[in-house]
Design a protein around this ligand. Structure first.
Ligand code: ADP
Ligand code: ADP
Length: 237
């Protein structure tokens, strides 16, 4: 069973101004993400990628279609049930979205505190994650004292803290230079291979997809116009 399965998913935003028309950001998209895969979604700005991510993460409701996460149709769940679904999905972002006023350790601990973990459990998990992302010596540092690559490694540690089955990376390397991009992608590969986390990578950069993804869907104007193995989609015999 795929870990994520979308069938004919549509998202239409109402007009944002008087006289404007509505926008169909995601248009009858169907796709399946297999458990353990690194699945890439590529497309230009405005293609609908972020909207698709927010639908999978249950941050906004779909206008139509079904979205199965781990076999459960999340379009049919209550707000309370959705909180549980969101807990099983980690997110990392282009601008890292770390709390500037919190230390690295407190940033990583944040979702665990929310989930009610004990202090001892949190300390153990944070230490494990800091070691995994190579930042054991930065536990007490603040985000502004870190490089972009280090900030994203904190973002990855925070996203992984509650042991999600899925990690959504939304333009997670777009603010980084090429060398740092490759370091972060190498870390994401380890997350996938060593921890068995399914990763969905959203990007406008072909290079990112070719480096890390095994399967890719190409989005344009809200639709998936092509999909398949990365090798097949990007080879033009
Ligand atoms: P991408 O992530 O590929 O850049 P988005 O999903 O952000 O694409 O946007 C797809 C389309 O939907 C764009 O035309 C965008 O302006 C529109 N859109 C995105 N979010 C909203 C929103 N909250 N309200 C209205 N329109 C939106
Ligand atoms: P990205 O391309 O990285 O997705 P956007 O600028 O498209 O960034 O979107 C940033 C935020 O603005 C998103 O939360 C999205 O919902 C919102 N947004 C995007 N386009 C519109 C729009 N046309 N009207 C209202 N909100 C929008």
């Amino acid at each position: 069973m795929p870990i994520v399965a979308l069938t004919d998913v549509t998202k239409t935003y109402p007009p944002t101004a008087k006289g404007a028309s509505s926008v169909t950001a995601v248009d009858t998209v169907s796709l399946e993400v297999e458990r353990g895969d690194v699945f890439g979604i590529i497309g230009y700005s405005g293609a609908g990628k972020s909207t698709l991510v927010r639908l999978i993460n249950a941050l906004e409701p779909a206008t139509g279609g079904s979205i199965l996460v781990d076999g459960v149709d999340i379009t049919k769940l209550s707000e309370r049930e959705l909180r549980g679904v969101r807990g099983g999905i980690g997110m990392i972002f282009q601008q890292f979205n770390l709390f500037a006023s919190k230390t690295v350790k407190a940033n990583i601990a944040y979702p665990l505190k929310l989930a009610g973990w004990s202090k001892a459990e949190i300390d153990e998990r944070v230490a494990e994650l800091l070691a995994f992302v190579g930042l054991a010596d930065k536990a007490k540092a603040y985000p502004e004292q870190l490089s972009g690559g280090q900030k994203q490694r904190v973002g990855i540690a925070r996203a992984l803290a509650p042991r999600p089955a899925i990690l959504l990376a939304d333009e997670a390397t777009s603010a980084l230079d090429p060398q740092t991009t490759h370091e972060v992608l190498a870390l994401l590969k380890r997350v996938n291979e060593e921890q068995g986390v399914t990763i969905i990578v959203i990007t406008h950069e072909m290079d990112v997809i070719q480096t890390i993804a095994t399967t890719v869907a190409v989005m344009e104007n809200g639709r998936v116009i092509e999909r398949g193995d990365v090798f097949d989609v990007f080879s033009n015999p």
